[in-house]
Write a protein that binds this ligand. Sequence first.
Ligand SMILES: C[S@@+](CC[C@H](N)C(=O)[O-])C[C@H]1O[C@@H](n2cnc3c(N)ncnc32)[C@H](O)[C@@H]1O
Ligand code: SF4
Length: 375
Amino acid sequence: MKKAGLYIHIPFCKVKCVYCDFYSITKKEDQIPLFTECLLKEIDNYKHYAGKWEFNTIFFGGGTPSLLPAKYLEKILQKLHNTFDTSKVKEITLEANPGEAPLEHLKDIKNLGVNRLSMGFQSFDDKILKILGRLHKSDDCFKTFKNARKAGFDNISTDMIFNIPKLSTDNWKKDLNKLLDLGPNHISAYSLTVEPSTKLFHLVKRKEVLMPLESTDIEQFLLTEDILLKHGFYHYEISNYAKKGMESKHNLHYWNLSPYLSFGPSAHSYDLKKRWWNVKSLEKYINLLSKNKSPVDNKELLSRHDNFNEIILNGLRLKRGIKLSDLNNYNDLISKDSLNKINNKWDCLSISNKNIKLIDNGFLFVDEITKDLFI
Ligand SMILES: C[S@@+](CC[C@H](N)C(=O)[O-])C[C@H]1O[C@@H](n2cnc3c(N)ncnc32)[C@H](O)[C@@H]1O
Ligand code: SF4
């Protein structure tokens, strides 16, 4: 049976970080009880999916899921367990913000069965954290990490960001070394992107903030890979590094194009044939579900072309590359000739009889090579 994931979007945040494009809202925590009731209703609407796939991951993302009191998390988990067969679930992840998840809360979360924490450190430099508009300070990262270990979490992922204005490569190196001293099991290291409709976008547009040069971005990406590989991490996806066996099973569902059901405002779902997504507004989400209406905003049926391009897009971001067996049904869409041409153009692209993958510094050219392979 096809393996699949379950995702819950928790939209509450204490502050809105300047770079963040994820759907989240501040000062609405009084809505948590009503939001949870609506979420339970929404999950109920998907009970016909029980038995369709083997659900083996649950992910609480946001927003800031660690803001949800344990009794609400418990209700949501209970609903998932009662609605779907979760006996094969191996990984339950929750995103926790440094300084916003005290020890007692972490213990409660652990007792509910959450077995993986994802912490958004971003940086250990208070000045950089301020530029990003983060609420926490560097010290909070260390405290929350240690508390998470105390609470019994043996699978902790940490998010870091490079390519930030005013972040020198020397300071990025210091941050990575501090992170390695803590010893997380998984590291996501993202290059800062300027997303439309964020505060950062307007700051950059008005030239009040200057983004680093592309050469700095590349330098920091390569440094990250170099340092983390030397410390026993496996670079399994363009922005993700794991100790042996500690890859994010849930995120691998996205990259492997496995199905997933997602709940909450703005959440996107995928069933192999189509994608659909919910309204990007807590208010609308609550209004619709309170009237027993669907919160789905829109859907997109995927054509064969779309499916082919998605296999390329996601596969190239993975170290293992695109499995040729995944392209078996699309032989009419891409000829051996055109593949050979693209292969000759890119030294960092390797095509064997098993897969198409990037080698050497190929991740640096992923966007261009993806475009070349798209149909
Ligand atoms: C769902 S988000 C945030 C989860 C959590 N609330 C937090 O802030 O840590 C997951 C991660 O995406 C990364 N991220 C978000 N926006 C980004 C951007 N514009 N550029 C690079 N990384 C970004 C951050 O590292 C963040 O921790
Ligand atoms: S980065 Fe995290 S804490 Fe900041 S606004 Fe986005 S979801 Fe909220």
